[in-house]
Write a protein that binds this ligand. Structure first.
Ligand SMILES: [Fe+2]
Length: 263
């Protein structure tokens, strides 16, 4: 007769490592052709699997208390949550941002070696909250203040709205007509583009609507001049995250990266 030995119960911590297996199901060569043909721009209605989108959306209730709202007359109205808060309250998001397979897939589109943004950049990954009527952002480029190129990835998280991402391709190409279009960024949808090439905006939110999207920023060279860093920090302070959040980190005044900014 053998005596069963009770195995110790080991509870493993929930993993935040994203499953990027879905990337293997994409026709990447065809998508790269589209990306190149549209001057480094790609929009996909179905990209992120529903379980990943649901995980991100599940973090929203707690994150709502940390949203920093901004209003710049005639340009922007809305809320943002920076990387520092996401590190603490939504670790799945930085996990996907830094995932090597995920970055390698984006590199296949760009043909460039992509790097994550430095710790000092609050915009490396962030959530945009459009939650009040009229929330929007006006026409702009995602200008690179870095020494190299800056690529933006937008992912739909929540979208119960009529707001659209409007974009104009080839705006700076004098050899051809520009191409204008508009799309809803529903959960699971993505838009990936070279920030200096795609002129874009988000149209105003309607009554009783909600639109929450995620942005990832990748660069080809993470170096940034002092003046460019100052300009970038001012932009992020005024238009997105507030002076305290941006300059406390930029000037190295706080080592407590885990503390969310609650406003
Ligand atoms: Fe933008």
């Amino acid at each position: 007769m053998t005596t069963a030995t009770a195995e110790p119960q080991i509870e493993s911590a929930p993993s935040v490592t994203p499953d990027t297996e879905f990337l293997s199901g994409l026709d990447t060569p065809a998508l790269k052709q589209r990306f190149d043909g549209d001057n480094e721009f790609l929009f996909l209605d179905a990209f992120l699997p529903a379980d990943i989108s649901r995980t991100f959306a599940g973090r929203i209730p707690e994150l709502m208390e940390t949203v920093h709202r901004n209003f710049i007359p005639k340009h922007k109205k809305g809320g943002s949550v920076s990387r520092y808060t996401l590190d603490e309250l939504a670790p799945e998001i930085p996990a996907l941002y830094r995932n090597p397979e995920f970055i390698a897939w984006l590199e296949q589109l760009t043909g460039e070696s992509l790097q994550v943004c430095p710790e000092s950049d609050p915009h490396a990954y962030a959530l945009y909250f459009y939650t009040e009527p009229g929330d929007h952002i006006g026409w702009h480029f995602d200008t690179s203040y870095y020494a190299g190129k800056r690529y933006t990835l937008l992912l739909g998280v929540v979208d119960d709205s009529t707001s659209q991402l409007e974009f104009e391709l080839f705006r700076n190409d004098e050899s051809r007509d520009s191409v204008k279009n508009a799309r809803n960024l529903r959960p699971g949808a993505m838009c990936f583009f070279n920030g200096d090439k795609v002129w874009h905006r988000i149209t105003p939110l309607g009554e009783n609507e909600t639109r929450i999207s995620l942005t990832f920023e990748y660069v080809t060279d993470p170096h940034m001049g002092r003046w460019q860093r100052f300009v970038s920090n001012m932009k992020d302070s005024i238009a997105y995250f507030g002076f305290k959040q941006v300059f406390t980190r930029a000037l190295g005044l706080s080592s407590d990266k885990s503390k969310p900014s609650t406003r």
